[in-house]
Design a protein around this ligand. Sequence first.
Ligand SMILES: Cc1ncc(COP(=O)(O)O)c(C=O)c1O
Length: 379
Amino acid sequence: MLAYLDHHASTPCDPAVQAAMEPWWSVQAANPSSRLHRPGLEAAAAVERARTQVARALGAGEATGVVFTSGATEANNLALKGVVEAALERGEPRRRLLTLATEHRAVLDPLRYLERHGFPLTVLPVGRDGLVNLEAFAAALGPDVLLASVMAANNEIGVLQPLAAIAELCRAQGVLLHVDGAQAAGHIPLAMETLGIDLLSVSGHKCYGPKGVGALLLLPGVALAAQLHGGGQEGGLRAGTVAVPLVVGLGEALQRCCADRSERARRLGALRDRLWQSLEALGGVDCNGAGAPRLSHNLNITVSGVDGTALHRLLRRDLAVSSGSACSQGSPSHVLAALGLSRAAAAASVRFGLGRGTGEAEIGRAIEAVSAAVRQLRG
Ligand SMILES: Cc1ncc(COP(=O)(O)O)c(C=O)c1O
């Protein structure tokens, strides 16, 4: 059987989450904006329960806003374009935007869109370990910077940026901090308010919840302009009928994902380390992001002396793994390029994303499949 090791691309929906969502598809199908009857009020209450679950899971208090979206891509777009538009409306002189070369395209593309519309963009490089240099980050901040966007955990190499230090630097300079937390929420502690993250994006299908739902959390006082206009839902910040089953699923998934987070991280970290030790022993195998703090369920390797296309053709018989971001659709990984890898080396890289369903059997199969493929390709 194929071993599924692509949990950064998507996680299977937790059966308990599916059960929590179930009544809201048809038995309780009212629109949560229908406030004149009991079914509508019950749907609205379910949405508010989910909002509280999401806020609690991410270390946010009652005053912090939670705007439900269709996923982290939409949450990122709302955060970045919404902050810029609100700043324009109030005549804010700060215009420069700051980010890292290893961000997800769901951050880089909206920022490049804003750059084309007159907002200068600084994209900072990262070191060979995938981490931003804090001195370089501090030097890039200035009185002209409006917003910085830095991801919590990288979707390819699992590297965790030093968010607490980054947030402190931003705060000292009056710069808003947006964090793409799609790969981090439910997997590492993300205490939004303690850390001082102004805006935080999360996604349902990265934490054992449903696809098609996410949220943008924003600290009180952060001005945001809506990017979808219509019925005024979500406090006027995101029009459109709220997808009750999906937001119920997101709330439940995040709560459950946080509840078994430490135990899961310990178990998957041990499996990941076993996988790495066996693959390293093959020789000519490097771990991308080695030396940096990383998600315990991530391993990204580059195999030297093999053709990447041939390697992945052999691996896909036994493994569901990836050679980069699932969203980059075959183009070379900009994340691995930012670490200094050549196109050929990036192509000969494999991302393993372990998850709740991963056990010794899957890791054993991965070790066997990679070892056999490398032996065959190296002749
Ligand atoms: C870091 C990161 N940000 C954003 C996204 C996009 O999330 P969604 O699929 O919810 O739009 C992903 C998905 O791969 C991701 O890994």
